[in-house]
Design a protein around this ligand. Sequence first.
Ligand code: CUA
Length: 352
Amino acid sequence: MGTSRRNLSVAFIAGLALSASACTQFAANAPSVPQTTVFPVSDVGGLIQGLYELIFWMALVVFVGVEGFFVYAILRFRRRAGDNTIPAQIHGNTRLEIAWTIIPSVVLLIIAVPTIATIFRQDAVPSAGASGEPPMKILVTGRQWFWEFRYPDLRGAPLAVNEVHVPVNRTVVFELRSADVVHSFWIPRLGGKMDVIPTRVNHLWFTPLETGEFFGQCVEFCGIQHANMRVRLYVDTAAEFQNWAARQAADAASPASPQAQQGAVIFQRGACPACHTIKGTSAGGTIGPDLTHVGSRSTLAAGMLQNTYENLTHWIADPQGIKPGSKMRYPNDLPPSPGEAALMAAYLQSLK
Ligand code: CUA
């Protein structure tokens, strides 16, 4: 009896110590788990985290209480050696039944009130942001398989693809539309998660409270490249954001190097302009991502590849090998030659 109790206590304390060390490890490694909701960096993320913490601590109390009674009952009322009597047979206990109806009701009520309040708060798109300015509107379009962002209220209506920039401490409202199937927009550390549904406009808003690079992902299965429909959100200082937005609003730079100039000719002459826009040139296709400033992005193919000259050359030469099913195909499936792909990569890399 004494030994088993001691063993149980040792196991319990070891379990607690293990959980505590896991929590510390997790906290120390927060940046290495980029898609987590438990280190929020926005007001809405903080609201959701507040609910999570409330429920977590209540659940912990319930767990320890119920398991405590359970373990106590097992030890206290277990069958002893040599004891063959049948214990008293008990049916029903009104006081106990009332207690275990009322206590869970109260627990659920304590969870329900702040949860419903948070749902309404999150649902109401604010007309003024945290700083008193009107929120910044960003039109988001989900497509198989990339994200497009437009800033209709900013000068020159800048556009971004897969890498969305926002200024810190300014409330942003995303208007979410789909060009094809159902997608879902989620940047876990900023909070939210909202389906992106054809024929509907959904809204998601938050005020980013920290600068940095935050990762997100389409979270509704939308076809075979669903997992490669990633999104990055950059929270910039106000000045950095203005510089970025002004650069994105500008027309494409004219190619400077001889390679880039040759690449531009190949691009314009081939099938590329049928699908891609490069502002300031005659390329005005809307099926694929806008490439006006493709050289300024950190990744290619919705986050699959780092945006380097080598990767871009490879992508242009063999998009179906890298991202099977993507709409990046050539007429009769005849890709450009490796030399042509390299020249076009030099051109596109120059579009900063
Ligand atoms: Cu888009 Cu999954």
